[in-house]
Ligand binder design. Structure first.
Ligand SMILES: NC(=O)c1ccc[n+]([C@@H]2O[C@H](COP(=O)([O-])OP(=O)(O)OC[C@H]3O[C@@H](n4cnc5c(N)ncnc54)[C@H](OP(=O)(O)O)[C@@H]3O)[C@@H](O)[C@H]2O)c1
Length: 285
């Protein structure tokens, strides 16, 4: 049971984790549903092919693995619990969306996956990240910068005073590595977030400055009309699309205590400005 499997190895968090394993010359088994996507990453490790919808393929992929990381959606936890070797340690990615007051398929899936994991027999941890930025191909701060390049002002529900606490992808990777190195006797959960919450309007200004843009003046707008207008972003060429639900979530505080992350994982997340400088430095340089 010495194997270490990474489910979702070709995704953003999975690939970042596998790059970290490769840099440490640590062996791992990528578990992917699309071998071509994995091959395109040019990373070491012989992939095992499994779609999470296929219980037998997943069982074969996790054979001999005493540790399993999953960077696929937390809703897949029951399939992973059923397929993993008895006693294997699981490190699963969840999401702080599970704390949202507005139920949706994403948040409900995380809640259901977490409940199955906590009721199961495998030790380990489900890490709940906040918004992750800084990965290759991420659609969070890159999309915001693209929006700010097109819009002269930032129309924000409630003036953008709700709190956010984004985490850099490298700190997610550090958290996954620390969770894999820790000893777990039962299934637990932990939030992984950036160092401190800040108002969304300040987050926007920090992203603008890091992207070499002038922070746009914020225009407070009630959420309801903005939600009605959101679908139009899909029709305007060059403008990244925004969902009505995303606008509603901008009115919700997303602030978290990272004391447990620091204590249990020993990870101190980097300041936002530092993470953004690295993100846009490489994106624009
Ligand atoms: N990105 C964020 O801001 C954020 C914030 C909080 C939580 N999270 C959670 O963290 C996790 C990782 O995020 P991410 O940004 O790395 O996501 P991602 O890039 O979308 O990666 C998800 C991975 O799961 C794999 N997958 C999905 N369905 C599968 C199936 N049926 N069988 C096998 N593999 C399957 C995907 O495979 P393919 O490569 O074949 O598509 C992909 O490799 C996700 O669960 C997400 O909900 C993300």
């Amino acid at each position: 049971m010495s194997g270490l499997a990474v489910i979702g190895a070709a995704g953003r968090s999975g690939a970042a984790l596998c790059r970290a394993f490769a840099a440490r010359s640590e062996s791992f088994i990528p578990v992917v549903r699309r071998p071509d996507a994995w091959a395109a990453l040019n990373l070491p490790g012989t992939a095992r092919r499994a779609d999470l919808r296929d219980p037998e393929a997943l069982r074969r992929a996790l054979e001999g693995c005493g540790r399993v990381v999953s960077c696929a959606h937390a809703r897949w936890a029951p399939a992973i619990l059923a397929a993993a070797e008895p006693g294997a340690t699981l490190v699963l990615m969840g999401s702080t969306r599970r704390f949202s007051r507005w139920p949706d398929a994403h948040g409900n899936g995380v809640r259901a996956g977490e409940a199955a994991f906590l009721a199961g027999q495998h030790p380990g941890v489900m890490l709940h990240p906040t918004m992750i930025y800084g990965a290759e191909g991420e659609n969070n701060v890159q999309r915001l910068a693209a929006l700010m390049r097109r819009l002269p002002v930032a129309p924000l529900p409630g003036g953008g005073h709700a709190l956010v606490q984004p985490i850099h992808q490298a700190d997610v990777t550090a958290s996954l590595l620390a969770a894999l190195g820790a000893s777990w006797t039962r299934p637990e959960t932990l939030v992984v977030a950036g160092p401190e919450p800040l108002a969304y309007r300040d987050f926007l200004a920090t992203v603008a400055r890091a992207a070499g843009l002038r922070p746009p003046p914020v225009v407070p707008v009630p959420a309801a009309p903005l939600r009605l207008l959101a679908p139009l972003t899909r029709l305007i060429p060059g403008l990244p699309s925004i969902g009505a639900d995303e606008i509603r979530r901008l009115t919700e505080d997303k602030a978290f205590d990272i004391g447990p992350m620091r204590e249990r994982l020993g990870v101190t997340p980097r300041p936002l400005a530092q993470g953004l400088a690295a993100t846009f430095g490489s994106a624009t340089g």
